[in-house]
Design a protein around this ligand. Structure first.
Ligand code: SF4
Length: 311
């Protein structure tokens, strides 16, 4: 069972916090009661948020403040740069993973590429140096870096590929070390270069290049369809790191100048049910920029603010 680090507990104590709210992503929900008991043993009064938590864009600082908490302990993500209403202690969830075997088993495939940009998420950051050394030993030139929003070398977020995209022209492919398709697929949508994942759960390489290309084609088709649509909703999330109100205002002006009917809608998390019965042909998503990929769940065309220019 996972435990809260001494460092985070020390930070909460040095803030003078007495009452703390904890939040964690779905994958760590089974540890939330254990986290709560651990903090209680340290003398804190604890509230556990069980709302879904998708990233450090999604901190529950306002709720914690309204409920009288002095601090929020956000587990599983690094600081996203949100200015919180109360102090937030971030406890990234680290997995000590040795990539040696996985790399060795897939080296023949990887050696087809001479220059690779290596990326990961906060969970697997401690594996990056080892993976880099092994690949370099096999005469592959490795690129890591960029200025990730999270401020850490080689780390990407689903909405921040600044640790990868600056190397697009130089490298032969991008290599993601970690689990899940969300992060490598998000990059594959943004670049025509090959995007491979060294998947630590499936123990193999998964190529996301074609899936990214398919999503790019769907987006182009949706832009085409939206040109003839009349009724637009611009969605802003009330999550503090997804509240792009200025972008929404700007998009509204642009759309109205094109003769569209536009309404700005707000929800913590948008679902099909929340907008059922409303006359909406197309949603312009000014929240998490990855929501458009779930267009099938909404049964509607979803575009991002930058797509408005193309209508
Ligand atoms: S991809 Fe979306 S959910 Fe993830 S950090 Fe970015 S805005 Fe938040």
């Amino acid at each position: 069972m996972h435990r809260i680090s001494e460092e985070s507990i020390g930070k909460l104590k040095s803030l003078g916090a007495k009452k703390v709210m904890i939040q964690a992503p779905e994958g760590l929900k089974m540890s939330l009661i254990g986290f709560s008991k651990q903090l209680e043993r340290e003398g804190f009064e604890v509230l556990v948020s069980v709302e879904p938590c998708f990233g450090a864009c999604d901190i529950r600082d306002m709720e914690a403040k309204a409920l009288g908490c002095d601090a929020l302990l956000h587990i599983g993500h690094t600081d996203f740069g949100v200015k919180p209403a109360i102090p937030v202690v971030y406890e990234p969830f680290k997995i000590e993973y040795d990539p040696t075997r996985l790399l060795k088993n897939n080296m023949e495939e990887l050696k087809k590429y001479k220059k690779i940009c290596l990326i990961t998420t906060s969970q697997f950051l401690s594996s990056i140096e080892k993976a880099k050394a092994i690949l370099e030993k096999n005469k592959i030139k490795i690129y890591t870096g960029g200025h990730a929003r999270a401020g850490t070398i080689a780390q990407v977020l689903g909405c921040d590929y600044s640790a990868a995209l600056p190397f697009e022209k130089e490298v032969d492919c991008f290599l993601y070390l970690g689990s899940g398709k969300f992060h490598p697929l998000g990059l594959a949508v943004k670049t025509p270069k090959p995007v491979l994942a060294l998947d630590v759960e499936y123990n193999k390489i998964i190529d996301y290049t074609k899936e990214g290309e398919k999503l790019r084609r769907i987006k182009a088709w949706h832009i085409e369809k939206a040109r003839d649509m009349k009724s637009f909703a611009i969605y802003i999330s009330s999550k503090p790191g997804q509240m792009y109100a200025n972008l929404a205002r700007h998009a509204k002006k642009k759309l109205e100048a094109k003769g569209k009917s536009v309404t700005i809608i707000v929800a913590d998390m948008l679902t099909k049910e929340k907008i059922m019965g409303m006359e909406i042909d197309c949603i312009i998503n000014c929240a998490c920029p990855r929501i458009w990929e779930d267009f099938r769940l909404f049964g509607k065309v979803i575009l991002n603010p930058e797509d408005v220019e193309k209508l």
